[in-house]
Each structure stands twice: as structure tokens, then as C-alpha cells.
Design a protein around this ligand. Sequence first.
Ligand code: AMP
Ligand code: GLY
Length: 427
Amino acid sequence: MNILLIGSGGREHALAWALAKSSKLTKLFVAPGNAGIAEVAKLVALDVDDHDAVIAFCRTEQIDLVVVGPEAPLVAGLVDDLERAGVKAFGPSKAAAQLEGSKAFTKGVCDEANIPTAGYGRFSNPDDALAYIKAKGAPIVVKADGLAAGKGVVVAMTRPEAEDAVTACFDGSFGDAGAEVVIEEFLEGEEASFFVLSDGINALPLATAQDHKRVHDGDTGPNTGGMGAYSPAPVMTPDLISRVMDEIIQPTIKTLADRGTPFKGVLYAGLMITSAGPKLIEYNTRFGDPECQVLVMRLKSDLLDLLVASVDGTLSDQQAEWHTDSALTVVMASNGYPASYKKGTEIRGLDNAASDMVEVFHAGTKREGNRLLAVGGRVLNVTALGNTVGAAKTRAYEAIEQIDWPEGFCRSDIGWRAIERETEPEA
Ligand code: AMP
Ligand code: GLY
């Protein structure tokens, strides 16, 4: 098969790496890709917002399947336009991608299907939002309704913080994404991510993961796209997984199918494991970045088979097989991230970092002659396998020691929560 993968992050390098191993792959194109992806695929400079250009490319290169990595093209309806043009595409339609594109939409699905989630109100003007906050008190969570690249959520521990967040949303800090605000009950517990593939009817559980969103050690500092992740998430016991499938995932898939907008693609549930059981925090409609990097390291099955089955509606015939090893990824970012950072700094020593059990997935990198340059905020994902999360962590940080990049940094404690569990004495 000829495949076109859309995206340029660590997630897409991980997907390209996994697709490149498939016996069914003929040619892999990635638009726009990065320096790491260029080692396993042919990069193409396509404007992904120009759907006609993508369709024309697919016709010229006889593309059999387009795989969409990030959320923006999904919410913009790229999959719908490709399908209308007769090109197969992996990922949800614009209507189904509203599960990620609109927090209010997802809350509506939760109401309809009785899915456990935080209590909430939705508001299109500041006065009503402020009155709600006054009535509920803090802690409370304020969210811009639309896509805000992970920055539209404020977990307010005090009422003034919540009020400021409401003001910022309606002031246009998040553009159109903040025209409506969802205000939520604060949920207490441990967070975990759960990934499922769906073909619109069937849901195939993939794996669990946990990520570290804050920039500094100890999960402190501003939120980022993710500074590291590991899989599986020890908090997600088989019993909890089956509850999440029954109480959250299946009712969601059924509701979207009943509405005539079936969900196909990866459903990524952000969960809070509370004392009352698992509750849905949010949905994403694509693989996580950097969670995808740890998932593909553990996946034994052919990724391409799974993606094709999601598109063709044949997931009930598929099973996903996993290595029992844990995987852990550490993100290396440019100094200054998530605020401003310098572009074009040189990275050396990468060849010494990879091994049988370690892959270095690229995000914001570019090759200039023989030099590898950092051109983004998140730049490398050093990803290792190990028989425990602790062993994977040791291996990942040993690999990082080999990388010579003074203008970059990483957290030193990725996996701490899981490792604490691993080292707890048996009760
Ligand atoms: P979201 O973009 O909805 O995933 O929110 C970003 C982060 O805010 C989540 O990963 C949680 O850590 C936190 N968060 C979101 N909603 C809640 C909630 N209702 N209660 C507590 N924390 C939350
Ligand atoms: N790592 C969080 C995300 O991909 O949304």
C-alpha cells in the first residue's frame, strides 16, 4: 500500500516508524514531516489546509490510505473531503472530531449516554459564568470550549483565579475557542489516558498511558504539550479498563453511531480515577503526543492492519498484541519552552543514543547538510523499553547522556508516579 501520513511531530515519527515495519507497505510519504521521519519516509511539502492539493497528491501518487496525525486537520474536515474524493483516510469525520473540537459537544454526549464526568455549566457570556462560579465556589475548572492547543484550561484553586480565567476567555485570549466557556466541577484522583480504536461500531482497546504535562520536575510549572509519558499506566487495572470500556467508551461509540455520525479512528480518553470510579475529563480524537511514542514501542501487531480495519469497519476481526515490557519516553525541548526559545541550535551525538531497546523519535528537527538542528519547542523523544517503568526510565536517561545539545533540556523525573508504585513494599 502507498500511505500518506499527515503531521510533523514526535507522534508522526513514531507512526511512520511503526508503519515502515509493515509488510504491506509499498511507499510511505509524510507531509510535512521532520528530519527523523525523513529516515523512514519521503517528505512532501503539502499545504495540509489545502484539501484539494492533498487530494491531487493522493491521485498522482496512487495513495491507498491517508493517516491523519494531529487534531486540526480532523476538525477541519480533511477526512470528509478525502472520502468524498474517493480516497481512504484514517481518522474521524469533522462531525465526530467534535469530541475533541468542542468540550460542550462532549458534555452533551455524556449527558445523553449517562457517562460519568465532572458536573458542569456552559456559558456564552461572562455574567452568567461568574454567577455560576460564585454559586459553586473553588476549586473549580474553567475551559475555553474550542481547540486551544492544550492551553485553554485553568484549574482554579481560588475564586479570583476562576474569575480571571473567565475574563481571559471572553476577552478573546483563545480566539474563537473562547467564545463559549465550560465550567466544571474539580475532580480529585489520579489521571490516566486510555486509547481505543473504533471503526464506527466496534471499539478495540489499545493501551493505557500516563503523561507529564508540566514543564518542571515534580509536575510543576506551566502546562506543555507533554514532557514525557509511559505505558502501561499501573493505575489502570484490568477491572478499571473494563469499567471504562462499559461506562465510557462503548456508550460514546454507540451515541455517535445512533446520531448518524459514527466515530472512526483513535479515541483517546483522558480519565480521572476518582474514589467513585473512572470519570471522563476529555476526549481527543487522535493519538497522544508523546503517548503514541510509547504505544508504538509496545505494539507487536502490524499497525497498518489495525488502521485499515478501522477505516474498513472490520475491527471485530482484529486484536492488538503488545509486548509485556513497559515503555517510557522523555521529551527533550529547547531551553525556554513552553515560552519563547531559540531556533536553529545544533544537536550532536544522536547516533550513539539509539539501541535495540531505545528509539529517538524526532519532533522539531531539521537537517541542514550534515547538521541536525532544533527548530521547535519539543524536539526529541528518547523512548525506551524495559521490564518495568523504572528499567525503561534508566535506559532512556542513559541514552540522553549520549546526546550533546546544550541548548536543550528535559525533565529528570519522568515516570515517578509509576516507579513509586513499583517500589512500594507489598501490602
Ligand atoms: P484538558 O485539556 O481538558 O485535558 O485539561 C487539561 C488538564 O487540566 C487535565 O489533564 C487535568 O489535569 C486538568 N483538568 C481538566 N479538567 C479537570 C477537572 N474537572 N478536575 C480536575 N482537573 C482537571
Ligand atoms: N500529550 C497530550 C496530548 O497529546 O494531547
